[in-house]
Design a protein around this ligand. Structure first.
Ligand code: NAD
Length: 363
């Protein structure tokens, strides 16, 4: 039976990286019928709103979507389509795995962390205003509820149990934010007490950043509020090898939307230059969600082997800071074709080589 999936190409490099993911999807031979809908700048060009109803209807109907990044104008213009999509579809859990791939582009080979971020409230609730007419002062309201905190922390512990993860760390700023921070902390403690099989601990957000940069192997699943999760997931993506390889997933109670951590990188739009891996790994997560585990594994392995081989990779994976081997950069579409070529050739019985250094943080 064919899976019907909504595809939102998005803005900037979005159409190129989602096209790349489709090429790889085809190579898996999993029957997927894509329903393509436009949101963001392309939807506005077509004379509509940045988030037309047909986009929301399509995702509600199909319950699963692959999405490219969508531009949000800074300071003025329309509100973030990404935030609106999460709020309107109640996609409350943003899950961002940070996996070092083939030990490349990272000081932490074998790193494998997951950031679970509350995605519907906090400082992204959109409740903000200028205090005075001269715009010399402004306020943004941080909304934290027991209901939303409970379901995101439960989600993190369920994920840890399902994926045999070793620990869940709750991150907040309860020492300074005596209401919003304290409520999230209280709920984290209550939920953690119900999941006695999984060790858990807490960190203040500032200390968490410092600890992650020095000792990332000490952490596994991190759960936190919206803004802290946004920042920590970029930080973890950087530790694991950069935005170009970092996928993400948004889950509601019955809907899942897969989108990369990176944005629309407008300066590379239309140049066939952007790294397609993050979007291709979104396809991997999507296939897993659809129950197509073998195909998902093939996609991950084909990405892994393409990066390890370093013959057909985009400019960012060929930079001296990413690799000490001289590599000529390839295009986005060429890298996608190379990954697609490898998908049917992957030997799933052969284990991936172990990382070059032990999984221990430097002292
Ligand atoms: P960005 O992620 O687009 O770019 C940050 C840096 O990473 C840039 O140097 C860019 O060139 C590089 N980069 C990003 N993705 C890459 C890729 N696939 N391959 C190679 N290099 C890549 O972040 P930004 O510049 O802060 O944001 C641009 C726009 O994207 C903004 O309008 C922002 O609101 C939007 N955005 C959207 C989403 C989303 O749709 N979920 C997420 C983040 C940002």
């Amino acid at each position: 039976m064919s899976h019907r999936v909504t595809l939102i190409p998005g803005d900037g490099i979005g159409p190129e990286v989602t096209a790349a993911a489709r090429v790889v999807a085809e190579a898996t031979r999993v029957p997927i019928e894509w329903e393509v809908v436009e949101a963001g700048e392309r939807a506005i060009e077509q004379g509509g709103s940045p988030l037309p109803d047909d986009v929301l209807d399509s995702v509600r109907r199909n319950r699963v979507a692959l999405k490219g990044p969508i531009t949000t104008p800074i300071g003025s213009g329309f509100r973030s389509v990404n935030v609106a999509l999460r709020q309107q579809l109640d996609l409350y859990a943003s899950v961002r795995p940070a996996r070092a791939i083939a030990g490349e582009g990272t000081h932490f080979p074998g790193l494998d962390l997951v950031v679970v971020r509350e995605a519907t409230e906090g400082l992204y609730s959109g409740v903000e205003h200028w205090v005075d007419a001269d715009h010399t002062a402004a306020e943004t309201v941080n909304i934290v509820t027991r209901k939303a905190s409970e379901r995101i922390v439960e989600f993190a512990f369920e994920l840890a149990e399902r994926d045999h993860r070793k620990r869940v760390t709750g991150v907040h700023k309860a020492n300074i934010m005596k209401t919003t921070g304290a409520l999230f902390q209280e709920v984290f403690r209550e939920v953690a007490a119900r999941y006695t099989r999984i060790p858990s601990d807490e960190r203040l957000i500032d200390n968490m950043c410092q600890q992650l940069v020095r000792r990332p192997y000490d952490y596994d699943v991190i759960v936190t509020t919206n803004l802290f999760g946004d920042i920590l997931s970029d930080l973890c993506a950087g530790l694991a090898g950069g935005l170009g390889i970092a996928p993400g997933a948004l889950y509601g109670s019955s809907i899942a939307v897969f989108e990369p951590v990176h944005g629309s990188a407008p300066k590379y739009a239309g140049q066939d230059k952007a790294n397609p891996v993050a979007e291709i790994l979104c396809l991997e997560l999507l296939l897993r969600h659809l129950g197509e585990d073998a195909a998902a594994q093939r996609v991950y392995r084909a990405v892994w082997e393409t990066i390890a081989e370093k013959k057909v990779v985009t400019y960012d994976l060929a930079l001296p800071e990413y690799t000490d081997r001289p590599v000529r950069p390839s295009s986005c579409s060429a890298m996608a074709r190379e990954i697609a070529r490898k998908v049917p050739l992957v030997d799933l019985d052969r284990p991936l080589p172990k990382p070059a250094t032990p999984l221990r943080s430097p002292a």
